[in-house]
Design a protein around this ligand. Structure first.
Ligand SMILES: *[C@@H]1O[C@H](CO)[C@@H](O)[C@H](O)[C@H]1NC(C)=O
Ligand SMILES: *[C@@H]1O[C@H](CO)[C@@H](O)[C@H](O)[C@H]1NC(C)=O
Ligand SMILES: *[C@@H]1O[C@H](CO)[C@@H](O)[C@H](O)[C@H]1NC(C)=O
Ligand SMILES: *[C@@H]1O[C@H](CO)[C@@H](O)[C@H](O)[C@H]1NC(C)=O
Ligand SMILES: *[C@@H]1O[C@H](CO)[C@@H](O)[C@H](O)[C@H]1NC(C)=O
Length: 541
């Protein structure tokens, strides 16, 4: 163990001399393999990390350097991406196909991440093909540094809860189905930490308080989470400490992460943990797990508690009630409210309207009529090496114009240090969930109907929550503010995985002419090179 560490230390020092030496390193050696799993009672080929499904959690502290060596033992190219990890100045490590070359079968790649100025709950997942349908995901937690106050007492236990819809059909068959031009079918079940109905159980001691870090790692459905007879106190959303509001259940849209506290304050017995699909009625998928008191006198009893199913207003009201606790600290000791985002003038507004339609008789999705198709070279590498003919900045309009859906490698241009507004307009009758890599953004407003400039009158310019994934309700809009302080090529995508796969994504190129290391790091020395970037040098000549 000590030897491995020493070897890795040398390796990492030579790989990347820029990370600040005073920030601690954490090393991970991960072997990605296929292996049989039985989450819904049938045998499936799952994607395992070090033999585990879901994969191991990453535990870290603000500013840690994470050195994650990933061996791809699958028979196809593979990449991991980091939902919510900002990879500041370093989009090369983002692990999506627009930034990072796939790890070929039988090869490895060492990610070098720094969780700079971050706290909170996130997750990682496999970003290529439709691997996410087979596993390969796991929790990421970033704890506050020791002397930074956290606005609640240390819980007696801190657990990752990965929930998500699941298919008995394997990922290659699902991908073939989408490649064939069809929509993603209805899932077969819901998993909690990789287990189907009554498969997951959590043991607690009466009187104690616990933290759950709940992430929806599923493919498409918003889920409602609840625990029989217990209240959930929301404390953190994707890196922001929230007003500590108590809920009887919580909507978790696909791709989102929430931390709640609950106290085991009920008579000693077992209780249901329930997760059910939202907005799918009349068909509702429900799964249960067990909250087991260590002094339990008996098994779960009564029916599992019901939750909201189709109610959109319920969900919208809950979303609006989620606010930043302005006096709590984030990654630094200063209050989260010391950054007055509501007083900064906007430099630009982007309006992105979701699009769905057929191209050549095949189902596709997009933004502003452009359905994304990957290029032959990661866009970030083409940009870095000035390789022409891979993408065009402005290949997607910054507002919808109503044209028919077409294919292109959509790249939206943006200026470093601009302060911008994105309006996500959803004219479809499903909930969307959208994510931006590299950033945390303020969710300033959401409402039904069409966004207009007067919609700004109802924005929350004081204590909106800052996060990386937001829902957009059916026939509704959501508006966000983002300070573009992270240079790079950043994926903006639907977290509804079939929509992402079939084109509802783009890259935001946050650009500066500066070549200073203060603004962006050079390509990592161990970067894999592919496509038109093959054979280039990663070291300065
Ligand atoms: C990964 O696991 C497979 C299957 O157990 C094994 O054959 C292979 O040697 C492992 N690779 C590494 C790098 O540990
Ligand atoms: C998925 O299932 C099909 C048969 O339905 C099989 O041919 C294919 O190899 C499977 N893929 C994986 C990764 O197990
Ligand atoms: C693959 O792992 C080895 C250590 O086993 C490391 O030296 C090498 O840099 C890694 N390759 C990449 C591309 O990160
Ligand atoms: C906000 O954070 C402060 C400072 O940690 C804490 O004392 C207070 O209880 C929190 N307020 C709410 C409503 O969560
Ligand atoms: C924003 O713009 C207004 C009007 O142009 C100007 O008076 C104000 O100083 C600006 N505020 C900031 C913070 O730049």
């Amino acid at each position: 163990m000590a030897l491995t560490l020493a070897v890795l230390l040398c390796v990492s020092a030579s790989l990347f001399a820029i990370v600040r030496a005073e920030d601690p390193y954490r090393f991970f050696d991960w072997n990605v393999t296929y292996g049989f799993i039985y989450p819904l009672g049938v045998r499936q080929q799952g994607i395992l990390i070090n033999g585990q499904f879901p994969g191991p959690d990453i535990h870290s502290v603000t500013n840690d350097n994470l050195i994650i060596n990933v061996y791809n033992s699958l028979d196809e190219p593979f990449l991991l991406s980091w939902n919510g990890i900002q990879n500041r100045r370093n989009s090369f490590e983002d692990g999506v196909y627009g930034t990072t070359c796939p790890i070929p079968p039988g090869k490895n790649f060492t990610y070098i991440l720094q969780v700079k100025d971050q706290i909170g709950s996130f997750y990682y997942f496999p970003s290529l093909a439709f691997h996410k349908a087979a596993g390969g995901f796991g929790g990421i937690r970033i704890l506050s540094r020791p002397r930074i106050p956290v606005p609640f007492p240390d819980p007696s236990g801190d657990y990752t809860i990965l929930i998500g819809d699941w298919y008995k059909t394997n990922h290659t068959d699902l991908k073939d189905h989408l490649d064939g031009g069809k929509k993603l079918p209805f899932p077969d079940g819901i998993l909690v930490n990789g287990r189907g109905p009554n498969g997951y159980s959590l043991t607690v001691e009466q009187g104690k308080t616990y933290r759950l870090r709940i992430s929806n790692v599923g493919l498409q459905h918003s889920l409602n989470f609840r625990i029989q007879n217990h209240k959930l106190k929301l404390v953190e959303v994707e890196g922001t400490h929230t007003l500590q509001t108590t809920y009887s259940s919580l909507d978790v849209h696909v791709g989102q992460s929430y931390s709640v506290l609950f106290t085991a304050d009920q008579p000693g017995q077992d209780y249901y943990i329930v997760v059910s699909t939202r907005f799918t009625a009349p068909e509702v998928l429900t799964t249960t797990g067990v909250l087991h008191y260590s002094n339990s006198a008996g098994p779960v009893s009564g029916p599992p508690p019901g939750g909201p199913t189709i109610q959109i207003d319920w969900s919208l009201n809950q979303a609006r009630s989620i606010r930043t606790n302005l006096t709590a600290s984030g990654p630094r000791p200063n209050p989260q409210g010391s950054y007055h985002y509501g007083l900064i003038n906007l430099t630009k507004t982007y309006i992105l309207s979701s699009s769905a339609g057929q191209i050549n008789d095949k189902q596709r999705y997009g933004f502003n009529s452009v359905s994304f198709v990957p290029a032959d070279t990661p866009l970030k590498l083409a940009d870095y090496y000035n390789i022409g003919g891979v993408f065009r900045v402005g290949s997607i309009s910054d507002r919808p114009y109503g044209g028919a859906l077409y294919l292109d490698t959509a790249v939206l241009g943006a200026d470093y240090r601009a302060f911008v507004e994105f309006v996500f307009q959803n004219d479809e009758d499903i909930v969307q969930s959208l994510h931006l890599d590299g950033y945390s953004f303020f969710v300033v407003g959401m409402d039904g109907g069409q966004w207009t400039e007067s919609s700004r009158n109802q924005y929350n310019l004081r204590d909106a929550v800052s996060r990386c994934t937001t829902q957009v309700y059916p026939n509704s809009w959501t508006a966000i503010y983002v300070a573009l302080d992270n240079v790079g090529m950043w994926n903006l995508r639907s977290e509804f995985w079939a929509r992402q796969y079939l084109g509802q994504q783009l890259y935001l190129r946050v650009y500066t002419t500066s070549t200073s290391l203060r603004d962006e790091y050079p390509i990592p020395k161990n970067a894999r090179l592919c496509g038109k970037a093959s054979g280039r040098h990663t070291r300065p000549l």
